[in-house]
Design a protein around this ligand. Structure first.
Ligand code: F6P
Length: 523
């Protein structure tokens, strides 16, 4: 595929951008009374308001032409059909099968029945733990789940548990990702091993931080219950059953998923087991149902009304035409506090690439920096930069129509601020008192969920997954690999023995740094 900048559709867009120069988003609103309706589309009950994007109907037509030229419709079909869209790892990316009911084959083998078998096992164990039938080694029921995992094995499930905490009527779930021993210490402080179930989530079951935490948790359990207690207190969710068995778990304690599920797309698999235990399998299946509804809409909606495709197109327009180097994710919901971190991995690990799927250098910027924080606290922290900073920035607002807490009048205040911030970013403030002036013309999208429930959370996350995939197609990137993470892991593998006093050849800068660390560590 030719690079984006050399594509005729893209060149038409650049010419259009130049012709649009000087037109402010606010003016586009003034000129078009029907703009709101024309730029708002829905998917799985979620409305996406793109009307504060710096775009006219002509921009949208040109962007749609770009999507056609870059083969987005065919790529969507390849994704759902189980083709090897993950070129560099030669794998399909079939997270959609985890929440759907379509029979898809991989290497000639139909995979849905295995997915359903694994989900049934999740249901049985989640129910047994929640209803107290699963007892600990001393006969105690499980009151706490210690969930160990990092990256995609933590960010999605942690987000789901936090977002749906109003429904979390099962054992309390405590996530630990960092290998900083303080993280585990803080999590197990106050926990009773006898009523604690450890769930180790790791696609590879080789991730150093997760295995170090699992080893430490295993020692913690054994210290008061004995090693023989392990089968009652440790479960694993992994695509590498052999490693989990070698680590010392019985097969019945291992909940597998397939390697064609990407880590950052694995919430829907057995990686979601702590979520199913926390909120119950029926609600977990609501999460799957919401994502599935978004899958069906992504696969069937015409591009002009296709929310993830339009989000992908506006993202590329903002990044590559309007020069927005970052995307601020602003959920106006305290229970969505972990959404920016979740999207950082989903977007930046997927599309933070500098070569296309064939390995050719990209001739244009790819994934922007994704960051953010909840509204309204962010307004009293970094929104100053959003309004008056020198960088162009695009924003995603996430708003929930129905109150998430007891006091509806406070929710009204929250909604007022969410609406006000996107308007202020669009309109800005022109005043001779330049220190008060705001340039405005900052593009934004607002996603509106009717309620923060399992169905709509599932749908929202699937919309972002599909946006990321479609954006990868537009840039010509393999969005499902992450080779860049290996370099640092490799170097850490050489530094650790040195820290432990073994012979090691290190870069002089690292040698120096270790010296500084040792000196201050001794003082
Ligand atoms: O290092 C990055 C990464 O491989 C992510 O892609 C993944 O989500 C995370 O580490 C954890 O990997 P695992 O689930 O195999 O422990």
């Amino acid at each position: 595929m030719p690079s984006l900048p050399s594509s005729p559709a893209w060149q038409a867009l650049v010419a259009h951008r130049d012709a649009l120069a000087g037109r402010r988003i606010g003016e586009l609103w003034e000129d078009d009374a029907g703009r709101g309706a024309a730029f708002t589309h829905s998917s799985a009950g979620i409305a996406a308001d793109f009307s504060k994007q710096r775009a006219t109907p002509e921009t949208v037509s040109l962007l749609i032409a770009l999507a056609r030229e870059r083969g987005v419709p065919a790529a969507i079909e390849r994704l759902f059909a189980g083709e090897r869209v993950n070129a560099t790892e030669n794998r399909p990316a079939l997270h959609t099968v985890l929440r759907g009911d379509e029979r898809v084959s991989v290497d000639g083998r139909e995979v849905l029945s295995e997915v359903q078998r694994n989900r049934e096992r999740m249901r049985v164990v989640a129910q047994a733990v929640r209803e107290g039938h699963w007892k600990g080694h001393t006969g105690e029921r499980i009151r706490d789940v210690l969930a160990l995992g990092i990256g995609g094995s933590e960010l999605g499930p942690r987000l789901a548990l936090e977002a749906l905490r109003a429904d979390a009527d099962g054992p309390r779930v405590h996530y630990v990702a960092n290998v900083d021993p303080a993280a585990l210490d803080d999590a197990i402080a106050g926990l009773d091993p006898a009523s604690t179930l450890v769930v180790v989530a790791s696609k590879t079951f080789t991730t150093q931080e997760t295995i170090a935490n699992a080893d430490a948790a295993r020692r913690w359990l054994a210290a008061s219950l004995g090693a023989e207690a392990r089968p009652k207190h440790v479960l694993a969710a992994t695509a590498n059953t052999a490693e989990a068995l070698a680590w010392g778990l019985p097969e019945c304690n291992v909940f597998p998923f397939a390697d064609w599920v990407g880590g950052r797309f694995s919430l829907w698999s057995s990686v979601g087991l702590p979520v199913a235990i926390g909120i119950g399998m029926p609600r977990f299946e609501q999460l799957l149902a919401g994502a599935h509804a978004a899958d069906l809409a992504f696969r069937s909606s015409p591009l002009e009304h296709n929310v993830p495709v339009l989000a992908a197109l506006f993202g590329v327009w903002n990044r590559n035409a309007l020069g927005c180097a970052s995307l601020a994710v602003l959920p106006y919901a305290s229970r969505l506090e972990s959404l920016p971190a979740y999207l950082q991995q989903l977007e930046m690990e997927s599309n933070g690439k500098r070569v296309d799927a064939e390995g050719n250098p990209l001739e244009c910027p790819s994934c922007p920096v994704v960051w953010g924080g909840t509204g309204t606290p962010g307004q009293h922290a970094f929104h100053q930069w959003l309004h008056q900073g020198t960088d162009a920035v695009a924003c995603d607002f996430i708003v929930v129509a129905r109150p998430m807490g007891g006091a509806p009048e406070m929710h009204e205040i929250l909604l007022a601020h969410a609406c006000a911030q996107s308007e202020a970013l669009m309109e800005g403030l022109a005043t001779p008192q330049t220190h008060k002036a705001c340039p405005g013309d900052r593009p934004s999208t607002t996603y509106v969920l009717p309620a923060l429930d399992a169905f709509h959370l599932g749908a929202l996350l699937a919309i972002y997954e599909h946006k990321v995939f479609a954006q990868g197609v537009l840039w010509g990137i393999d969005s499902f690999d992450q080779w860049g993470v290996e370099l640092g892991k490799g170097i850490a593998g050489r530094v650790l023995p040195a820290i432990r006093g073994e012979e090691a050849t290190l870069h002089p800068s690292t040698h120096h740094l270790l010296g500084v660390i040792r000196k201050l560590g001794r003082e």
